[in-house]
Ligand binder design. Sequence first.
Ligand code: ATP
Length: 300
Amino acid sequence: MAEIVVETRGLTKVYRDFWGRKKKTALNALDLTIEKGEIFGLLGPNGSGKTTTIKLLLGLLFPSGGDAFVFGQPAAKVEKNEKIGYLPEESYLYRFLNAEETLDFYGRLFDIPSAVREKRAAELIDTVGLSNDKKRVLREYSKGMRQRIGLAQALINDPDLVILDEPTSGLDPLGTRWMKDLILDLKKKGKTILMCSHRLDDVQDVCDRIAILYGGDLQELGQVNKLVEDQKRLEIRATGLQLNDGLKHDLAAVIEKHGGKLEAFGHPTTTLEDLFLRIVDESKARPGRRYLPPTEEAKK
Ligand SMILES: Nc1ncnc2c1ncn2[C@@H]1O[C@H](COP(=O)(O)OP(=O)(O)OP(=O)(O)O)[C@@H](O)[C@H]1O
């Protein structure tokens, strides 16, 4: 049986005001398990309870009801955080430190011996692509660069569970692809990832399973590719064929014979991300203008 890394049972958080009066039920009886090696997406509109869930798992908030366990230990036990890496949504890093100093500072907080700290910081700076900017203070960093150093910080303790709040926010398409590849790499290394994101295409690209929260209630939970599958339609893909009326006619006949109806016939589309990355790659290899307006002939 797979090892369970995160488990919540009836986890509930009610925020109260100064006088203890109930202000808001941010999370209502959440039951969730996340297994080792999974990339799990926690989704929901603004204010649906995602950050509250993360803070409960980190032991930064106390639940009003239910239980939360990480690595089998109660979430309130802060020692278990030594095996957790956390990238919060908003930057909290010291703006007057440079990348090296930042990682050294967080490495010290985890009591990592100096030789290990130095080696790991150098590797992480390289991994997140900041080698040329490691001596610059974070104040001078762009949003994308701050996201990169934030991720390096989250990994300084070589965590088994990595919690990422909006990991791709502020990143351009190249940075986004890089972040997604890195998340997939962490999974390959056996890490467990819990991420929150409003960028659903990114979630669909990397997550194995998702939970959707609304108003603090769990609305949906399951494997991404199963949840998005359209059971009412069938897709057939083929190579080595040209679009032509004869083929379309024959296909329609076969499909009708089996009780179906041909709905679409044409080339599949790639994603805008794939198109963008291909064009940037080609432009790097061959600088200069590459777009040519279509000829009058092609417009017809
Ligand atoms: N300290 C607090 N006191 C009172 N209410 C709070 C507090 N923190 C959060 N809330 C409320 O709890 C609900 C859930 O908030 P939470 O930050 O968990 O949402 P979220 O899903 O992370 O939202 P977002 O996508 O905007 O980050 C919201 O209605 C929010 O206003």
